[in-house]
Write a protein that binds this ligand. Structure first.
Ligand SMILES: C[S@@+](CC[C@H](N)C(=O)[O-])C[C@H]1O[C@@H](n2cnc3c(N)ncnc32)[C@H](O)[C@@H]1O
Length: 517
């Protein structure tokens, strides 16, 4: 399928890492729905269309006992991936320039987890067919596959803008000029269409969507002649033709119904068939993109979730009590809020204590059993005695499951890499994070959190934390940096509070797993 003018060699794709493709996520969803997936810590992972390797490099770094193979048709992408792996000294990841059309089990054997992000909708039919064939052939019997793709009905809206952009830029071959021309026409059309109804709204929405996109995203995702969206039921049929079946969405809460009206929720929740349910959810939400997990048809899935399944997971939550001094050891209702301000109200002492605990260690996920024991101990110390802990624990299980299915305010995990829980006297953040600070938009913490660090002082701090400086030296150099920078707002206030800010920042960085164990 390689042409002399392979588009990804003309304009490389700015690949990132995607935690929703990591083995922990795939194994978590499989465990939730009744499977015993391969152990994450030592698993074998394949990524098809791995781009410049950013996704596998991040995983290989935080999971040193697992092994990773990335293949991509783009020579430039694979050269970049190999150079990055060498720079970070990674020996558990291999990159190979290869066409999925030519791959077979003879190349690398079978894999526990296979992913392909941003590939499936953007390749010819025959390559798509082979890609599914490879999943069926190379996936271990209890393994999990991941494919992302453009989805109808939402993609219909996108197509309106894409067709116009493609037409307006059809005679231009230089990629960045092509993108500029395409976007400029989209803006022109959005501002000048006489059709002020939903048509204008669609163009304006698309223009807004592209505001955060790099030229390469628009070039490959929107201007490519190859862009085939699917209705979910069509995708599920294709899986079936290859002996595979739908497992779950990579974002668990996308399968929930909490955001729907009561009528819509009742309707969707009355559907027994998982594929039908997902399809109706897409019709209701107008979904345009999917990240779907699947397994062999022979896998026996359990879709009626029992609360006891929660005992198999590590639990993480970013929720914090809304009040400064929450009353945890009584039946008083307390509100807990997530980072975006949405929240829940709880009155059960064990649930309140457990969620409050998770908030204090956020970044780290705790085994459910340990979390419960810790919370019981805290409540006992506060003088609270339950008549029947077992029934309280059962309610906590239900609450955890309900929130995890409805939002990302509670996350389930089956595996979490280790990290240093405090900054040392010569603080050193992971080499991966330092490398990503220079080469990528986001940083992956050892705990698997995807962090965007934008403010300049924090970015400079991370660069200083390479293990060669004491805390005092870090403090001095950071002060010098702030004093000499011309464009940092509120400089004097920052300098005045720098000692406290630095202590708090080192604490926060440790909490989210930035320091290597
Ligand atoms: C949109 S990019 C996605 C890259 C990366 N997975 C990401 O999401 O950032 C699609 C990738 O698939 C690769 N690709 C396209 N056709 C391929 C084929 N037949 N065999 C292997 N890789 C292919 C391209 O070179 C490109 O790197």
């Amino acid at each position: 399928m390689m042409t002399d003018d392979f588009s990804y060699d003309r304009l490389p794709y700015p690949s990132k890492f995607f935690v929703q493709t990591f083995p922990d996520r795939l194994a978590t969803q499989a465990t939730l729905f009744g499977m015993d997936p391969p152990a994450v810590e030592t698993c074998r992972v394949l990524e098809l269309g791995c781009g410049n390797g950013s996704n596998l490099i991040a995983q290989a770094y935080i999971m040193p006992k697992a092994t990773f193979v990335g293949v991509d048709l783009g020579i430039g992408h694979i050269d970049d991936a190999k150079a990055a792996a060498a720079e970070l000294g990674l020996t558990n990841v291999e990159f190979r320039q290869m066409d999925v059309m030519e791959m077979s089990e003879a190349d690398f054997g079978k894999f526990d987890y296979i992913t392909a992000h941003g590939l499936f909708s953007w390749i010819p039919d025959v390559v798509r067919e082979r890609t599914l064939g490879l999943f069926a052939e190379l996936l271990a019997s209890n393994g999990v596959g991941y494919l992302s793709y453009s989805a109808y009905p939402g993609a219909h809206e996108r197509e309106i803008a894409q067709r116009a952009m493609r037409f307006a830029s059809r005679n231009i071959s230089e990629p960045t000029e092509k993108v500029a021309t395409a976007l400029s026409f989209l803006k022109f059309a959005a501002e000048n269409t006489p059709n002020r109804g939903t048509f204008q709204q669609t163009l304006a929405n698309e223009l807004k969507r592209h505001a955060v996109h790099a030229a390469a995203d628009v070039f490959h995702d929107d201007l490519s002649d190859l862009n085939t969206p699917f209705y979910f039921h069509q995708f599920a049929d294709m899986l079936g033709e290859h002996g595979l079946q739908f497992l779950a969405e990579a974002e668990l809460h996308a399968m929930g119904t909490n955001d729907l009206s009561a009528a819509a929720r009742n309707f969707v929740d009355s559907l027994d068939d998982a594929v039908e349910r997902e399809q109706y959810l897409d019709f209701l939400r107008g979904r345009a993109f999917r990240q779907t997990l699947f397994v062999h048809r022979s896998a026996d899935l359990e879709r009626d979730l029992e609360p006891s399944i929660v005992d198999r997971f590590l639990i993480a939550s970013s929720m914090r009590p809304a009040g400064a001094e929450p009353d945890l050891a009584s039946a008083k209702v307390e509100r807990f809020v997530g980072p975006k301000g949405t929240g829940i109200e709880l009155d059960l002492p064990l649930a309140k204590t457990a969620i409050a605990k998770l908030g204090t260690v956020w970044g780290r996920a705790l085994p459910f059993g340990e979390l419960v024991e810790d919370s019981k101990r805290k409540l006992s110390e506060a003088g609270f005695a339950a008549d029947d802990w077992e029934s309280q624990i059962e309610i906590v299980r239900k609450i955890v499951l309900q929130i995890a299915l409805a939002s990302n305010m509670i996350e389930l995990h089956v595996y979490q890499p280790t990290a240093e829980t405090a900054a040392s006297s010569m603080p050193r953040i992971s080499r991966l994070a330092r490398w990503q600070m220079k080469n990528a938009a986001n940083v992956l913490t050892q705990f698997g959190l995807d962090m965007k660090i934008e403010d300049r002082v924090s970015r400079h701090l991370l660069q200083l934390l390479d293990g060669t400086r004491s805390r005092n030296a870090v403090f001095d150099e950071l002060g010098k940096f702030i004093r000499s920078a011309h464009d940092i707002e509120g400089k004097h206030e920052i300098l005045r509070t720098l000692p406290e800010w630095l202590d708090a920042s080192l604490g926060d960085l440790a909490r989210i797993g930035m320091f290597e164990a």
